[in-house]
Each structure stands twice: as structure tokens, then as C-alpha cells.
Design a protein around this ligand. Sequence first.
Ligand SMILES: *Cc1c(COP(=O)(O)O)cnc(C)c1O
Length: 386
Amino acid sequence: MHRSEILMHLGEDREQYFHAVAPPIIQSSNFTFSHLKGFRQAMSDELAHHIYTRGNNPTVAILRQKLAALEGTEDALVLSSGSAAVALAVLSQVQSGDHIVCVRKPYSWTHKLLAHWLPRFGVHTTFVDGTHAAHFEQALRPNTKLIYLESPNSLTFELQDLATVAQIAKAHGIVTAIDNSHCSPIFQQPARFGIDIVIHSGTKYLNGHSDVVNGVICTSRQIIQTIFQNEFMTLGAIISPHDAWLILRGLRTLELRMQRSEASARKVAAFLQEHPRIRQVLHPLMPDFPQYALARKQMSGSGGLFSFLLDVNTLEDAERFFTKLKRFLLAVSWGGYESLILPSAAFYRIPGKPDPPLPFQLVRIYVGLEDPQWLIEDLAQALDNL
Ligand SMILES: *Cc1c(COP(=O)(O)O)cnc(C)c1O
């Protein structure tokens, strides 16, 4: 289906709601039945009927259809956060005694789930480098049930070879899952490479306006049914109809926003690469990136996110750079209008915590939707002051 068809029409039944152009917000916790027969029928398949909004809601259902189609999977679930999506997807695939292989340095709360939380329930994870697909195969055990990927990963953007890892997993009867937040379905569709479960922090690009926290799981109808009947209904980490509606509104401009961020980020990266106070730029689609060939193979863009290393020797010098920035906001997250800077230095000298294993010179930048030249001017004046 054409992407425009998905965004304009899929899931939207305008005759049901006065031919309104925009979909309605069905802000209702429960739904009524005129006959016992219909009630019984709904009870036999709650995912396909409207009974209660913890299960299914018409506004959320429109969003689910669009997200699944954008990722090229059969179905999708929308959750209250990206972390809930990660946790439910992982929990759905393992039992006590099982083993997971995960790429090293996944998103921080994914790492906490796998390394510190699941062991309490007898599920253990091996973290592998992952820049070669063989790393995953070497780490498999007879009880491995899940291979978990994040490509590119947060901060340093290492990639995994999706097609090869999917092949290895299939040969061993193991399920694969990926956090695809970085690329969004506009720039990477992991299901096309054989990955089973595609996860998003929809807080980032999918919603795109820095005003809704949400998560998404896109996968086969069968896995969705399993997650729905178990983790989803039990844990209740749902999205509100109003928040789902905001994401539906955000999705209409997803492609446009991704293209703008992508083009602007390349301009900003090119400027930084030439600047004498920048040691290195880490951007998967810049030719000097170590995995550039793989990036070209599986990503059609990289969006607004990349990192760079400041050429400074002390934390104080790095701090001067962040103090001078006027147009970038210092903040976590990304994917909205506003361009953001996330300094590794922010994780240093936190009372009671050891410094992180990241150089303080490392800076993650999100290039949003402002005029890229206006952003470059800001970086230039802050760098020239170093
Ligand atoms: C933000 C983020 C998450 C967590 O999503 P929330 O919506 O904040 O819960 C997971 N993975 C990646 C890569 C992220 O950037």
C-alpha cells in the first residue's frame, strides 16, 4: 500500500463519524451491547471487538492499523511508553530458565530490564558486540529464545546486519526483536529483512511534537494475539485515546519531518566535520562511518540524530561550549520540532554515581525542524568561543 494511502485512509471509516476529515477521539472506557449474543461474540475475541479501552479502543485501533502498515507487519499494539513496549515484547518471549542475546549498549532502561530486572525471574542475557552477525550465533545457548537488536543504537550508532541476524535466528528457531526508534519506519523497515518484532519509542519521531510518551510493538497477528491475551491485558500499560489521536495527527507529517531532519542533520554534520574544534563526527550515513556500507544497505536515511566529539581536554572546557549554546536546548529525548543537545558531560559528577564509560567530549545532537543555517550559526559561535 502506498504510504500516502496508509496515512490518509487506512483504518479511517469516515462514514461512521459524519464524514469528518480528522478521526474522532472516542474518549470512553467501555462500550455497550444491544444483545447478549453480540456481547458473547465480542468476549470470544476481545482484540477484534470494542468492550473495554484497556483492551481495544476505536481511536487507538486506527493508529494500530497505520503503524503496522508503515512497518509492513500484520498488526501492532500501542503502549503507554517505549519502555513498556520493550518490556512487554521481551516478556512475551521468555520464561524462567530462558536466555536472551542482546546487542551491547542498548537503550539504558532496556539494559536495566535485561541485565538487572529479568535475572530476578531466572531469565539471563548475554550482551554481544554485534558489529558482526557471527557474534550473535557464538552467544547462542540451547535455551536462547530471543535475539534483541537496536540498530543504530543510541549515542554511538553501531549497526547490526539485520538480514544475516534474522537468518541465523530462523535457522535456530529463535525470535528476533529490534528497537527501530532511531530510523522510524520511514528510513528502515526491519520486517523486510526478516526481523519478527519491531519496537518503537513513539515518543520520538512517530508522535513528533514532544508532547506524548508512547511505545509501539509491530509484529505478526499471532504474536500480537499472544501479547494481547497475556502481557498487554495483564499489565495494562495502555495509551489514552486522546494521546493516540495526537500521534495520528503527528503521523500525517512523519515523512515530511523525517526528510527535513535528515537533510538538516547532514548540513550540520558537514559543518562540524570541517570544524577544527571537532575531533570526530559519528553519523551512520557519512562515508567515513565504520559501518557505512551496511548503513546504506538497510537504512534509507538516518534522521536528525548523530554524535560528535569536541576537541577539548577538560570537562570545564566542554561545559563552556554548552553554556554558550543559545538555540539548541539541553535535553534528553528527540524527534520533535526543537533541536536538542545531550552532553555526555551531563552524566559526569553526579553525586553518588560513578562517571559513565563515555568520554565527556561526546555530544549527541538532534537536529529538528528549524532552519539549519540558523542552527549552524549557534554551533559556530559556541565553538569559536572554546
Ligand atoms: C526513548 C527511547 C526508549 C524509551 O522510550 P520511552 O517512550 O521514553 O519509554 C527506548 N529506546 C530508545 C532507542 C529510545 O530512544
